[in-house]
Design a protein around this ligand. Sequence first.
Ligand code: ADP
Ligand code: MG
Length: 696
Amino acid sequence: MIADLHTRLSALGIFDNRALGALDAAGFTDVESLLLWYPRRYEDRRQFSGFPTGPCDEAVCLLARVENCETKYVGPRRRYFEATMMPLDPGPLDQPIGCRWFNMPYLSKVFAADQEVVIYGKPKWSGHRLVIDHPDYEIIEDGDSVEADIHLRRIVPVYRLKEGLPQKVIRSATFRVLDQLDPDALPDLLRKPAEGSPFVGMSRYAAMRAIHFPDSIGERELARDYLALEEFFGLQLNMLRRKHTYAAQSGMRHCGEGKLLAKFQELLPFALTNAQLRAIGEVRAGLESDAPMNRLLQGDVGSGKTFVAMAAALLVVEASFQVAIMAPTQILAEQHYFVFQKHLEPLGIRLRLHTGSRREDGNMPLFDGSDIDAEPQIVIGTHALLYDDSQLSNLGLAVIDEQHKFGVSQRSRLINKGVTPDVLVMTATPIPRTLTMTVYGDLEVSVLDELPAGRGKLVTAVRVEPDPKKVTAFLKQHLGEGRQAYMVYPLVEESEKLADVRAVTREFEEWSERLAPLQCGILHGRMNGDEKDAVMARFRSQEVKVLVSTTVVEVGVDVPNANIMIIYHADRFGLAQLHQLRGRIGRGEHDSYCVLVCDGKNPEAIEKLKLLEATRDGFRIAEADLRMRGPGELLGTAQSGVAGLRLGDLVADARLVKVSRDLASEVLGVDPTLESPEYRHLRVLLDVRGEGVELS
Ligand code: ADP
Ligand code: MG
């Protein structure tokens, strides 16, 4: 039978029922599921290295004979299993290597003297003996001689195990499936490589073969690159298609002449930065165009994104359309509301704070002083605005703050509202360029790469468990000069648990006592909206001098008078997140101080934190964070965030990302709907990875 990717393993007729049952239980049901289970690493078993006579820096792969097995006791409870290995054909200088496994007593039933075994691990001294602790192993059984071409005498793939399925079963199943596979059933997704390309001669089928059973390490690398490129190509195809879909909507011109904007600039107490002016120009061009705008405004914390949003809003209002400003939390929505109010009400703009359900409970003070009956020109709220269109009959521009909490499907919801508004997404996450192309590849990008002048210095210091007395003295000095401070305690859990709340409450009480009579306030995720509003209002009015909080202050809070932030357990945060946090200070004219406190148990953590002492460049920090933690963490999601990437690495493969982008754009340039016979087969990429980058 000739198989394609979707052929069930059971239909191949090459596995017995037992093997099928085991494969099935591990989730290997069709050809594709096996082929996409890429090897974790490889062992070169073409020629085994000689037995080492000393410790090695790298793992070695050895073919050995078990000489002796023993369970040894170290202390009353602790024991380990040891199999002593010798070369099959020992020479006079060869010495045994002890392979040791702790707490795996069942291995005494797996190993027996005289077995042939492949072992993989790093030899080291233990006293005068050479040992390998917890090596990978594979016992060669008689039947293997039949399959020696699979498990021996080649570069052998080693897979992550799944549901207790033995390594050899996965390997031989994959080998045999590849043999059954019709190369034509795997049409190339990438076009034929041009002459001079490293991929000449490569095809999807060849790459699949080579990633599992490469003839050389070089071939394996090439296959990996080819398949990674294919993955990126899939992502980019989806991105660009979304971009095209958006651009193809019938849009409208949403731009006034700019009289309001000019007046706004006149009234501002500062001059806009060049970066702000450039971004406003780019947004303006988008608003003026008939095609719908879909733009990302990327700028480090404190770079002044809000003012670009205000400028855009004014252009739209002047053209008699409404603007919606959406923030990820109610606190931030209120924050925006205050800032907008301060700068736009003098221009006679009607603003409304959309408070969602909380308006109904009657306790909510109505912040908006505007005439409730008049249509608001700018509505500010959380993303809940998307689900309540009663106020947005005439929407011209949607500004979405802090995109990483906001998924692609939510964005497309805006499109589905019928009229296609222009969209401006703002993010303070300084996403590295490669990642931007993948995560926001469907958007045009404007960058604010300049901080406003006239800011004080921001000094960051890493400290190991400082004496609270010293901290108190430091705080009192600055608070005495009229400044304010944040004390941040991270969550232990993903969502705020009672234990965290208790911990932060205790800290709040202690600091209140130490700093009396100065007022402290507390803020955490378990408080209800009104409580949060109240404490933020008291902090803004400077009645509360110190805000003790969990990370809810993370994004967007703007109190320029606060110039101190002390972050406890800083090592629990990612660098990018710490950078975001400290962006809350350094906004005023005074020098600011950020202290990163950790317990000092982990020297690596201190090293890592020191990067924040050295630089304030969000992009550098983001790159470092991405390298250390992977894209999922950076973007604030638990899982890896970018679905569809098994091989591709967004940092290391920057070049491939770029190439894939060009390839995708070329294809869509010829056939935007992928319906032509030439490109129809690419539709599989759309179905599989349609929402490839869903981050929330
Ligand atoms: P972001 O949202 O990008 O973090 P904001 O728009 O909140 O930044 O601006 C940060 C702070 O900088 C605010 O206190 C704001 O008043 C101030 N600011 C913004 N633009 C300028 C500028 N061009 N010159 C001086 N201060 C500015
Ligand atoms: Mg902001």
